[in-house]
Design a protein around this ligand. Sequence first.
Ligand code: GRF
Length: 199
Amino acid sequence: MNIGFLASHGGSNMQAIIDACKEGRLSAAAAVVISNNGDSRALERARTEGIPNYHLSGNTHPDPDDLDRAIMDTLVRHNVDVIALAGYMKKLGPKTLACFRGRILNIHPALLPKFGGKGMYGIHVHEAVIAAGEKESGVTVHLVDEEYDRGPILAQVRVPVMPGDTPEILAERVLAQEHLLYPATLQRIATGEIVLPAR
Ligand code: GRF
């Protein structure tokens, strides 16, 4: 199973998946990394790991249609079976979505459908969870469709919210679980335990 990554910033989830492949916990290969941010740590990690990597963005391709086609072509060229969005802050274009429909995964740092949708990213998610007085948060791995954070849920894990948690402390506790759930869910796909919708 060839995984193609799209990441905008740190890429710690991507790294957790790469490490799982290297350690034999995940029967898959990291085929390519694409980032919309030429300076991202995610691209740096890809270079360190010797994984083909590309900066594709509105800077490299000002026309959104061209960018969509470039992203799709790059994924196809590297024989990607499954796309793992790993902190990717852009929406995918219609060509890429259609070409990989049912094979695009995302990880979200909360228990969807709660605390998802527009504006619910990064620290804002954890701020909202704490402000709502939730006793638990969690991690969701789901399939991606045209809408933010809306596709079918593949896996979730719960994470307690402790009294006195700041958004930053909660984010750290959640991220540690993300690094376990994302590779584990991909492995369930690789083994056929989770069957992705037919193309
Ligand atoms: C994670 O919290 C993930 O849930 C969200 O974006 C963040 C990415 O972090 N989609 P990293 O780049 O993997 O470190």
